[in-house]
Ligand binder design. Structure first.
Ligand code: ADP
Ligand code: MG
Length: 474
């Protein structure tokens, strides 16, 4: 991949000057996060980490990622309505993974009672890396689809302006003019607003279900503000608040302290640490309600690593989306090799291959949020230990993607300015709304580029590893 700024990354004086402008302009633009030291305070904040320079992204792969997003929206929506597929696919996982099992139990319970919810809203982000082939050409490879709490659609809408200014400071005004506008927050809000409207109660509110510690609150505020500008009321509540104050009426309308809730937008609830017994009860109450959950529990399950692995089996996509061969082909073209570690010959074989050659693979548990995957020597040791136990079925194996690194500066508060070899991950936001069986909205809503130094195998922006970036198409 071309490195468009090769001439300037080594010019220390120019870089220092540009970095100072970049940080101030990020603060002005609202690329903000609460600090680790005072995670509950909004009066002591800092900039969210970002790259000094926009990173090169091959235009063709960028366009390919956008072009396949509506297909992935359709696919996730189809999986969420396919009980047989979810049941079969997750059968082995829920025997050994307690978190997935608890989600699955709620899923079965709400199906048995019968769904009160009739409007469905999906907000997802499909993430990709650019795999560098032996001949140097890059290919788009999907890392995963996040079907719950996909973040940074707000902050990223503000990074392009910062990078535009940085390029101008560095004498690249022409290049600056090519950076694309991008506003995922607006697209996400459009979906939430549509779901709110179809729910059909003017007085009802949108509830953001938020964490106890909300360091990334400004990202969420971007979406909230878009809703307020459409005169839709937004409230922020935690699971604990729902447990204490949430209730359903006879027709399972959801009320929070007397206010009817039309849409529940989860920005939490995707890792076991988000739940204690009360929070599980709150989750069940929300899922039983008529409110539009984004996502409903079925859609959350559709985003598990185990489901992703099953999708890569020949014939699975065709079964899930019959009559859509073009969509199937577009999606499959982005898949990396994925392998089941279920008990049996197939699992034995791939486990042995990975133990012999761990650098070819990534070992993934059923977890979200970064920092959970295993690589290299650690992968080998763990797999060696669990290869003959049922525990291995709680993981999947994936081919390791190997992108071409490029030099950049990762700007982080309280960190020295130093050049790093970096790789990037592109995310495309998707949003869709379904009323009964009719899909009334299906769109790509914008993009997110995150970049990290190559010494970190894993971890996102929230985990302190990756930083926000802007694609520069080449
Ligand atoms: P999570 O749900 O924790 O975000 P991901 O599947 O997105 O899990 O993996 C986390 C990070 O690990 C990714 O952002 C990426 O940097 C790295 N990663 C994941 N899968 C691969 C892969 N197949 N090859 C190389 N790196 C990967
Ligand atoms: Mg991820």
């Amino acid at each position: 991949m071309a490195a468009p700024w090769r001439d300037m990354v080594r010019d220390a004086a120019a870089v220092r000057e540009a970095a100072a402008v970049a940080v101030d302009s990020a603060l002005l633009a609202g690329v903000l996060m609460r600090t680790g030291e005072q995670p509950h305070a909004s009066d002591v904040v800092n900039y969210a980490p970002f790259t000094l320079l926009p990173s090169a992204v091959p235009r063709a792969l960028f366009e390919q990622a956008y072009a396949v997003q509506q297909d992935f929206n359709l696919l996730v929506d189809a999986i969420s309505q396919n009980k047989e597929f979810l049941e079969q696919t997750l059968a082995s996982t829920i025997k050994v993974d307690d978190f997935t099992a608890r989600l699955f139990r709620i899923y079965m319970q709400v199906l048995e009672e019968g769904l009160a919810q009739t409007v469905f809203l999906g907000i997802n982000r499909s993430d990709y890396m650019f795999d560098c082939g032996l001949d140097g050409t890059a290919a788009l490879r999907q890392i995963e689809i996040n079907t719950i709490a996909a973040s940074f659609g707000g902050l990223t809408s503000r990074t392009a302006d910062v990078h535009r200014l940085v390029l101008k400071v560095l004498g690249k005004a022409e290049e600056a003019s090519h950076l694309l506008p991008n506003n995922p927050a607006k697209g996400l809000a459009l979906g939430i607003a549509k779901a709110w409207e179809l729910y059909g109660s003017q007085r009802a509110v949108v509830m953001f279900l938020v964490e106890e510690v909300q360091r990334n609150i400004f990202d969420q505020r971007c979406v909230e503000n878009e809703l307020w500008s459409r005169n839709i009321r937004v409230i922020r509540r935690r699971f604990r608040d729902v447990f204490e104050q949430g209730s359903l009426d006879a027709s399972r309308r959801l009320y929070m302290d007397g206010q009817e809730v039309a849409v529940v937008y989860y920005r939490e609830g995707y890792v076991p640490q988000n739940y204690d017994q009360q929070n599980w009860e709150a989750r069940l109450l929300l899922e039983r309600s008529r409110a539009v959950k984004c996502p409903d529990i079925a859609t959350q399950l559709a985003g598990t690593k185990k489901v992703q692995q099953e999708l890569s089996r020949p014939g699975t996509l065709e079964k899930l989306l019959p009559g859509c061969p073009e969509a199937v082909a577009r999606m499959r073209a982005t898949f990396a090799g994925l392998y089941s570690l279920d008990e049996g010959e197939e699992g034995d074989r791939i486990a042995a291959t990975a133990i012999a050659d761990p650098d070819r693979f990534v070992l993934k548990p059923q977890r979200e949020g970064g920092g959970n995957n295993l690589y290299g020597e650690e992968l080998r040791q763990v797999l060696e230990k669990i290869k003959d136990s049922p525990e291995r079925t709680s993981y999947i194996l994936m081919d390791k993607i190997k992108p071409q690194p490029a030099l950049n500066y990762l700007l982080r508060a309280h960190s020295p300015l130093q050049v790093s070899e970096c790789i990037s991950e592109l995310g495309i936001f998707g949003v869709y709304v379904r009323q009964g069986q009719e899909l009334v909205l299906n769109q790509a809503a914008g993009h997110l580029l995150r970049t990290k130094a190559i010494e970190h195998a894993d971890g996102g922006v929230a985990a302190g590893v990756a930083v926000l970036d802007t694609p520069y198409l080449v």
